[in-house]
Design a protein around this ligand. Structure first.
Ligand code: CU
Length: 67
């Protein structure tokens, strides 16, 4: 398992938190995701996915990964 902390721009409320959570949880290989405004702590199985796939899911949900 790998754990990454991702900084996100464009989140402003609990709706955004739920939206990002749903997007990240939808990535195959993601084990757990703790989301707060502007931040995602994601644990994933390196054999199944990678940080880039998680970043893509967040960006595709309409937010912007900044770090
Ligand atoms: Cu919001």
């Amino acid at each position: 398992m790998a754990e990454v902390t991702i900084k996100i721009e464009g989140m402003s409320c609990q709706h955004c938190v739920m939206h990002v959570k749903k997007a990240v949880d939808g990535v195959e290989g993601v084990n757990s995701a703790e989301i707060s405004i502007g931040l995602a702590k994601v644990e994933f199985d390196e054999a199944k996915t990678d940080r880039e796939a998680v970043d893509d899911a967040i960006n595709n949900a309409g937010y912007k990964v900044i770090a």
